[in-house]
Design a protein around this ligand. Structure first.
Ligand code: GCU
Length: 410
């Protein structure tokens, strides 16, 4: 592929390809049961994704300090509990921190299931609620001009609210927990210097990169697991029913977090595309070379060896989906979001199915991609929403229904 070449959006130009078999170990041993999958193949695939795609992150934080900054039982006109919790990620109170914003339905004496997802622009953009603290981290400039010299301002309150239907989530009996991805790593090539990668590295910003160095996606995913560390001790949350959700680049992070950390009960990828749910070997829409060129900080160094060499990558997206098994996973696509390759996302779900079958579970339950506006799936959900690359109320309704079916709703 010529760098900067036009993406392919023509199905007839998708080349023939052979996917790696999730049920064959690297030494050729077939995986016939759950035991071999869990003891051998699953760890092997995690290792391959670390080594070649996302890079190797620490398994835990060197120390953590949870500071409940606020807990207000009268938020959103008395309908919700709002909690804001700072997670100090190094155990001291000067190092990197992640600020959680939580809304829980006001229901006495009951731990609630929650959705957990990172946001792109700061917690205050998720809802106009004036009680939300404004991040002091670096934030990207926005079109509305609410960001001044990469600092968030109060003008940004609620600007991303359409992606986070808080009242609807609460009405359905769930809580919402979110944090700004930039608390872990601001999203630009040098952003690692301001995030956990530098802060947790012994040589800080003089850091020398290894080929399997964690990238920003892995840093975001790591942060989701640290949020889970806190949720396990929050008395309002049912930590056995935490649903991960992420849109686009943060959907890539949600999938990687869900693969690594089995405490997450359900994982939802909204239009995560290349480097997420889309099969890379289809070379449809965005490709590895596009990611590496435009976002060199997202993946590990070795991933750069796969520009225009998709067939050499030892894994593909169906194996990332399979790492969720036997837990429910949902892949949301949008019909006009060809850059993220909706069909490639569907096919990743389809080819993850054999691993679900080891557990006696049906994945998608169909072999044909649903029509625009339709959805399918048992343990692997899939929909094709009409429209563009976004996370919308329509997507949320599908996710809420799917999660109700698996986690029992109220
Ligand atoms: C870009 C990028 C995608 C990514 C998306 C997003 O389009 O190429 O890989 O998913 O941004 O995060 O919105």
């Amino acid at each position: 592929m010529v760098v900067g070449a036009e993406p392919n959006y023509d199905e007839s130009k998708v080349p023939a390809y052979t996917l790696p078999d999730p049920l064959v170990c690297e030494d050729g041993t077939p995986v016939r049961d759950r035991r071999v999958w869990e003891k051998r193949r699953r760890p092997e695939l995690l290792w391959l994704f670390e080594e070649h795609v996302y890079g190797r992150a620490p398994t835990a934080a060197p120390g953590m300090w949870f500071e409940v900054v606020e807990s207000d039982g009268t938020a959103l006109g008395g309908r919700a509990i709002r909690r804001q919790v700072t997670i100090w990620l190094r155990g001291d109170r000067v190092g990197p921190r992640m600020d959680l914003l939580m809304y829980l339905p006001r229901e006495r004496g009951r731990r609630v299931p929650v959705f957990l997802g990172l946001n792109f622009m700061g917690n205050h953009t998720v809802h106009p609620d004036p009680g939300i603290r404004i991040t002091e981290q670096w934030v990207p400039a926005d079109r509305a001009g609410t960001v001044v010299s990469n600092r968030a301002t109060a003008a940004g309150r609620g600007t991303m609210a359409s992606r986070w239907p808080v009242e609807r989530i609460l009405a359905r009996g769930y809580g919402l927990v979110t944090a700004y991805c930039g608390d872990l790593e601001p999203d630009f090539p040098e952003g690692w210097k301001l995030g956990v990668r530098a802060a947790l590295s012994p040589d800080g910003t003089n850091h020398v990169f290894r080929l399997d160095e964690w990238g920003a996606v892995a840093a975001w995913a790591w942060g989701l697991s640290r949020a889970m560390d806190y949720l396990e001790i929050d008395r309002g949350v049912d930590a056995k029913r935490v649903v991960l959700i992420g849109h686009s680049r943060l959907g890539k992070a949600a999938l990687w977090a869900g693969a690594r950390d089995r405490r997450f009960a359900v994982v939802i990828s909204n239009e995560s595309g290349e480097g997420g749910a889309a099969l890379t070997r289809r070379r449809f829409g965005e490709r590895i070379a596009d990611l590496n060129r435009r976002f060199p900080h997202w993946f590990c160094g070795r991933y750069k060896e796969y520009d225009d060499r998709e067939d050499a990558l030892p894994v593909d997206a169906h194996e990332l989906i399979a790492l969720m098994a036997p837990r429910p996973v949902y892949i949301g696509s949008a019909s006009e979001d060809l850059w993220a390759d909706p069909r490639g996302e569907f096919l990743a779900g389809l080819h993850a199915e054999p691993v679900y079958r080891l557990y006696g579970r049906t994945g998608l339950g169909v072999t044909e991609m649903p029509a625009v506006g339709q959805w399918v799936g048992r343990y692997i959900g899939y929909h094709l929403r009409p429209g563009r690359h976004e996370l919308t109320a329509w997507d949320w309704e599908r996710y809420l229904d799917f999660v109700d079916r698996h986690l029992g709703g109220r």
